[in-house]
Write a protein that binds this ligand. Structure first.
Ligand code: SF4
Ligand code: MG
Length: 316
């Protein structure tokens, strides 16, 4: 709720604060059990910062993170400990997120030990074997080292490690972005199967709209630290309401060569999150911008069926 994360910019010998990177500014959403919510947007829009704030990898500037109605953003490390296992993460790079000096078995067993989920070594053995099976790796994978596996297989190991903690929510931060297309599809299908089987909630952070259209229930589109549109996947892809969403979707390649698409090319780069444009932050690149957009920030407008759009053209 209303997540805000500013990173101070320090310069000079005494680290004087000369400005802020406004990474996330007023982001609110919820994810239900068994639901996948995608966070999309160009790089630098604040998607990963949202994920990291939920994981409590740093303190928020302001806002609240609730897990089953309990505020976890303000808990002490000790009070947070028992809740930590309920939120796990899978990062983009399966090469750097696995300890090269640990065998796969120990990598997966680590969270089981840390969170005290099994009583005996034999129980741990059995649990690791089950997890390897769940992510469709062979039994003997446990005895091997991370470097013996391909990118897709390593990502399976990361998924097994995340599942080992028996989480309710998994944050996938560009979890399939570095993989080859065919491998990508396998990992996405695996995540979907596991989600159905275990009732997991997934926060799927991605800039890959083709994958997002394939696997999510709802989509939140971010621009310069804010959610500009949040909607059911089908509604968003078939009838985007925010000019930024329209432009993003127009850039997704369409497999059918007969189908004509009017690609909207946005002018210029994403402005700096240090000095954001006034009014609607998108006004410097928006094809539909008009005078008011420069001075007045658009309100978050609800359009029914839980859809939210922040654009003056959609205000009622
Ligand atoms: Fe474009 Fe104005 Fe809407 Fe912003 S408020 S998206 S600048 S039309
Ligand atoms: Mg990122």
């Amino acid at each position: 709720r209303k997540l805000q994360k500013f990173f101070p910019i320090k310069t000079g010998l005494f680290g004087k604060v000369t400005g802020n990177v406004h990474a996330v500014d007023g982001v609110s959403f919820s994810i239900r059990k068994g639901e996948t919510l995608a966070l999309v947007g160009e790089s630098g829009c604040g998607k990963s910062t949202v994920g990291r704030s939920i994981l409590r990898l740093f303190d928020l500037t302001s806002g609240e993170v609730l897990l089953d109605g309990v505020r976890i953003d303000s808990l002490s490390a000790g009070a947070l400990r028992p809740l930590r296992k309920r939120i796990q993460v899978i990062f983009q790079d399966p090469f750097s997120s696995l300890n090269p000096r640990m065998r796969v078995h120990d990598i997966i067993a680590e969270p089981i030990r840390n969170f005290g989920l099994c009583q005996s070594e034999q129980e741990i053995e059995e649990r690791v074997a089950k997890l390897l099976e769940k992510v469709r790796l062979s039994k003997d994978a446990g005895a091997r080292w991370p470097h013996e596996f391909s990118g897709g297989q390593r990502q399976r190991i990361c998924i097994a490690r995340a599942l080992a903690a028996e989480p309710d929510l998994i944050i996938c931060d560009e979890a399939v972005s570095a993989l080859d297309v065919s491998v990508k599809a396998q990992i996405v299908n695996l995540l979907q199967d596991l989600q159905k089987e275990l009732g997991l909630a997934l926060l799927f952070i991605s800039h890959d709209l083709a994958i997002v259209e394939h696997m999510t229930h709802r989509v939140a589109v971010m621009y310069l630290g804010k959610i500009v549109e949040l909607a059911d996947r089908k509604e968003l892809f078939s009838n985007p309401q925010h000019p930024y969403t329209v432009a993003l979707l127009s850039a997704v390649p369409v497999p059918d060569p007969q189908k004509k698409t009017n690609r909207i090319v946005l002018q210029g780069d994403v402005p700096s999150p240090v000095k954001r444009p006034s009014g609607c932050h998108f006004h410097t690149r928006c094809p539909d911008a008009f005078a008011r957009c420069k001075t007045e920030e658009p309100k978050q407008t609800m359009l029914g069926s839980g859809r939210m759009v922040a654009c003056h053209l959609r205000e009622n």
